[in-house]
Design a protein around this ligand. Sequence first.
Ligand code: AMP
Ligand code: MG
Length: 430
Amino acid sequence: MTTLPFTCLDPMNSGDPNALSVERARQHLLDTVQPVTGHERLFIRQALGRVLAEDVISPVNVPAHDNSAMDGWAVRFADLSTDGETRLKNVGTAFAGRPLDLKVGVGETARIMTGAVIPEGCDCVVIQEVAKVEGDTVIVPPGQKPEQNVRRAGEDLQAGKPAIPAGKLLRPAELGVIASLGIPELSVRRRVRVALFSTGDELCSIGSPLAPGAVYDSNRYTLWGMLTRLGCEVIDMGVVKDEPAALEAAFREAANCADAIITSGGVSVGEADFIKQLMAQLGEVAFWKIAMKPGRPMAFGRINAGKIGDVRSSAWLFGLPGNPVAVMVTFYQFVQPALLRLMGIDPLPPLPSFAARCVAPMKKGKGRTEFQRGILFQENGEWCVRPTGHQGSGMLSSMAKADCFIVLEAEREKVAAGDLVQVQVFGGLV
Ligand code: AMP
Ligand code: MG
């Protein structure tokens, strides 16, 4: 593979001249990873959350026929008087799914229901609320417009044209559109396989009693949750001790079976250097110092599995810091966009963010982008945000309380109560 600019520096960053900005780090990941190849055909319901591999071309017009948008009277617009009432003769009823099998002639009208095919000869629907009925006669007031309340064949989707482009994430709306075309199965990209493990001799898996000085491994659970939400196939390899042989075996196995490897721990300055050395030996890995808080150190690159059979397989490596909040912040800011690209989503959605009024002051050092945890609420019709309290990078409860990140730009200094700040919302409607 080509050499990545792993050592790229960001001299524009005022806090630490060697630190990479959040934006550059994210862009570099997006420029580097490529979508996985490999498609599969799935029935429409199984395709929810998957990425469309080929354009869905509409085999039909939607709607298939001109039809009524309202309950009312199908009329010939040319019959209507512009300055007075028009009296028309009722010749029948068109129901949805039961078209009228006669032509509506001059001076005639037909009762029509929503969704019913517009009878031959008609080009306008008068809503039932404004029409008067006297026996067989329907009286239409002036002021009607041509084509009103008529849904034209193909006005939603046209036969032969792409209805949904390749690269689209299939959400409920896309499933509905595909069903509206009568298509039962589609071609989607295969799932992205992600192997993960935690490193650290202090880590204890849940189910075992906590030894003195040990901590329960929470990162594998947050990572599993975030990856599962993204629709990745997760291979959880557990906790790997800080021992060269165990780590090497874990890296090789992960690179052999996955598209991407996510590790937590072992990339910070105070860590045993052999983990970094090992990552670097097994492939091509850069150790980034990112101008952000939390989540400053991060490793990114490619790990080789070694020669397995005749193929040399390798996987992307995202070596995240160990602190639990830093894991989640770096995942959402860097790993998630990179995985969306690996999944083949195109174009990538922008990170959802908007300005909210911060109701408490916040300390902030210049030169690093900070991702504080916040709680959104509305006051006097305005979106406001309150920090969750202590913002230590080990305090995972701050993430559990929060519903957004408060993103404080690198160049920004302290925030006063009442200042506007950018927030990235955790949840969306769809
Ligand atoms: P490290 O990046 O390995 O220096 O770890 C930084 C901090 O995060 C230390 O306090 C670790 O104990 C903690 N930590 C590392 N990995 C995990 C994990 N999987 N779950 C919970 N805490 C962790
Ligand atoms: Mg560690």
